[in-house]
Design a protein around this ligand. Structure first.
Ligand SMILES: C[S@@+](CC[C@H](N)C(=O)[O-])C[C@H]1O[C@@H](n2cnc3c(N)ncnc32)[C@H](O)[C@@H]1O
Length: 261
């Protein structure tokens, strides 16, 4: 009789923890949300792996369904599966607050997250990252420049930036690294950040958590037309690289093929 927020980890559910799997198998009802991030397989594959039926909730189902989850968790063990770590860059802190206020237990089962995987794959120090940012798909007449603020602020302080990319899973839209790089160039131009251009070094991480993720670094201009394979993708704009970070960065150069499947 609790809500368990269970992280599925990265790319495929084999990266969830043993604890996460045990809690899910023992639950009375299993939900999942894939609007904050997705896994590579289908829901049927996920159900086969877990050995449990899974009801997929959309954003409204989680946010507006919060009261129902709360009522259900008063009498049942309810699991909500979330890609990555359930509390990393998702909106589930509101659930935490609502459950605490209502006195209904909410437990978190952590899992690998893009926040630790991307720096790790690129050989960058976690503590040299500034705040992360998310690029949104430009709509007609609406393309905010604010996502570039974090990149510019971090750059000024010599810090790296993790750049997450928009997903609209209900529409099957996953922004590619290529689109993300084009948007960054556009935003840099519109905000007068002349230091950022085709010669700027960027890193691309695709399908972190897969057996052979794609991890490449190089000048933006050389990366723009490269093929990074299926989603999910994210970007890193490096700040000042320390000696070992620089060696790691150079070893992943796009010209040398980076490291990929
Ligand atoms: C809002 S974040 C959700 C983070 C998730 N809760 C976690 O802890 O990993 C989703 C974004 O992170 C990036 N991302 C998530 N998983 C990824 C993966 N396995 N490989 C590359 N990028 C990923 C993508 O840019 C995606 O749109």
């Amino acid at each position: 009789v609790a809500l368990h927020l269970v992280g599925l980890g990265l790319n495929d559910p084999k990266s969830m923890t043993v604890r996460g799997l045990e809690v899910t198998r023992a639950a009375d009802v299993v939900y999942a949300e894939f609007y904050t991030a997705v896994m590579s397989g289908t829901t049927a594959e996920l159900e086969a792996f877990l050995g449990r039926p899974v009801k997929v909730l959309d954003r409204l189902g989680v946010e507006k369904g919060g009261p129902r989850l709360l009522e259900e968790a008063r009498s049942k063990d309810v699991v909500l599966l979330v890609a990555g770590d359930p509390m990393a860059a998702t909106t589930h802190a509101d659930l935490l607050v609502r459950f605490r206020q209502a006195g209904v237990p909410l437990h978190i089962v952590h899992a690998p997250s893009i926040f630790s995987a991307a720096p790790g794959l690129l050989g960058l120090q976690h503590y040299k990252f500034g705040r992360a940012t998310t690029l949104v798909k430009p709509e007609k007449g609406w393309s905010p420049t604010s996502p570039f603020d974090a990149v510019a602020e971090n750059h000024a302080r010599g810090l790296h930036t993790l750049v997450l990319l928009d997903i609209k899973s209900d529409l099957g839209y996953f922004m590619t690294a290529n689109e993300g790089l084009a948007i960054l160039l556009d935003l840099a131009g519109r905000t007068g950040n002349d230091w950022f251009g085709p010669a700027t070094q960027v890193g691309v991480v695709a399908r972190a958590g897969a057996e052979r993720p794609t991890v490449v670094t190089g000048p933006l201009g050389e990366m723009q037309d490269a093929d990074f394979g299926p989603p999910l993708h994210c970007l890193v704009v490096p700040g000042q690289l320390q000696v070992v970070e620089q060696e790691a960065w150079d070893s992943l150069r796009v010209a040398a093929g980076g490291r990929s499947a």
